[in-house]
Design a protein around this ligand. Structure first.
Ligand code: F6P
Length: 367
């Protein structure tokens, strides 16, 4: 029996380009294959409970629903990073909250809705969830998104290029004001446990110090790099701090994990600034870019990548090649094993070319 009904979900933190994927899947699915396409609301929430409705609601998507969304940030389906069906937070009658496995309920709802296959657009968390559903027999195709660019098996996730652009623009602005005031500007960027965003934005923005989770830092080398610049007549410095950066022998700054959630990273740049105070006589200011990096219109690169991913995902479903994730390899869109991609994150290689080239430019990694 050929595929007739496809569900599409966007899971985890949003990023620019999600709508471009949805548009591409719907266009190919409708025009070429005549599928019914269910847009699932808020990640897996609409499959845990099909009657669940926040402002969005599950919706059968047609061409009209996806018109004009290519350039829009966010996701028309809504998303969530608290809808993992394998550790879903439920409340008992006494008001006590606990995590429960509701994945069988999802499988039953999918059967009830007559869904033949699911396209899961997400980052590492969504791919891990998809991987567990593959084990339960669900026909899944994955599409890799995230501003963190930390998904294995693909050269790049969509959303990353736009976020690098936003962070680079911020660094350009910080340089102007740092120069005027002879200040040390510390700029915290996202990326979770991977330093890709900090490294790329730092290079694009001409940062003097880049601190990434993969290279634990010490304060003295950072202070030395800034002093060295001063001796060379440069009275300001730009320090990019990945939110997951950690001191040698220490941990990243994170908040306590809430039920059903990953622990949130917070305070990395302020921590470096505070530590630097006793080493350096300099005016310092901290800027945390936060979710500004996640919003806005996707860059042309991300629009093209997301569109290519969407077309390729639809074709995989049509060919019934399930358990795969679309990926970018050397400029070509290919398909890879989804479970292998979900198994481990892609981190910056401290000995790799990019770090080496940054060091050649005199960038300090605080080590
Ligand atoms: O994974 C994307 C990301 O933006 C990370 O860079 C960041 O640590 C996290 O999501 C923030 O999540 P939330 O939106 O829940 O604060």
């Amino acid at each position: 029996m050929p595929v007739k009904r496809v569900a599409i979900t966007t899971g985890g933190g949003d990023c620019p380009g999600l709508n471009a994927v949805i548009r591409a899947v719907v266009t190919v699915g409708k025009l070429k294959y005549g599928w019914d396409i269910l847009g699932v609301e808020d990640a897996m929430n609409g499959l845990i409970d099909p009657a669940y409705h926040s402002p969005h609601g599950n919706v059968w998507l047609d061409l009209a629903a996806t018109r004009g969304i290519l350039s829009r940030g966010g996701t028309i389906l809504g998303t969530s990073n608290r809808s993992d069906p394998f550790r879903f937070v439920v409340e008992d009658p006494s008001g006590k909250r606990r995590e429960e496995d509701v994945s069988d309920q999802v499988m039953a709802n999918i059967a009830e809705l007559g869904i033949d296959a699911m396209i899961s657009i997400g980052g590492d968390g969504s791919m891990r969830i998809s991987s567990a559903f593959i084990d339960k027999g669900l026909n899944v195709v994955g599409v890799p998104k995230t501003i963190d660019n930390d998904l294995a098996s693909t050269d790049q996730t969509f959303g990353f290029d736009t976020a690098v652009g936003v962070a680079t623009d911020a660094l350009d602005r910080l340089r102007d004001t740092a120069d005027s005031h002879d200040r040390v500007m510390l700029c915290e960027v996202m990326g979770r446990d991977a330093g890709w965003l900090a490294l790329h934005a730092g290079l694009a923005g001409g940062a003097d110090v880049i601190l990434i989770p993969e290279i634990p830092y010490r304060v003295e080398p950072i202070a030395n790099a800034i002093r060295e610049r001063r001796r060379a007549g440069k009275n300001y410095s730009l320090v990019v701090v990945a939110e997951g950066a950690r001191p040698e022998g220490g941990e990243a700054s994170r908040l306590e994990a809430q039920l059903g959630e990953m622990p949130r990273l917070m305070g990395a740049a302020q921590r470096v600034a505070t530590a630097l105070k006793s080493h350096l006589d300099a005016e310092m200011r901290v800027t945390v870019l936060g979710h500004i990096q996640r919003g806005g219109s996707p860059s042309p690169f991300d629009r093209v990548l997301a569109t290519r991913y969407g077309v390729a995902a639809a074709e995989l479903v049509a060919r019934e090649e399930f358990g795969k994730m679309v990926a970018l390899r050397n400029g070509e869109i290919v398909s890879v094993d989804l479970q292998a991609a979900a198994a481990a994150p892609k981190l910056v290689d401290p000995e790799g070319q990019l770090v080496g080239q940054a060091r050649a430019l005199g960038v300090s990694f605080g080590d």
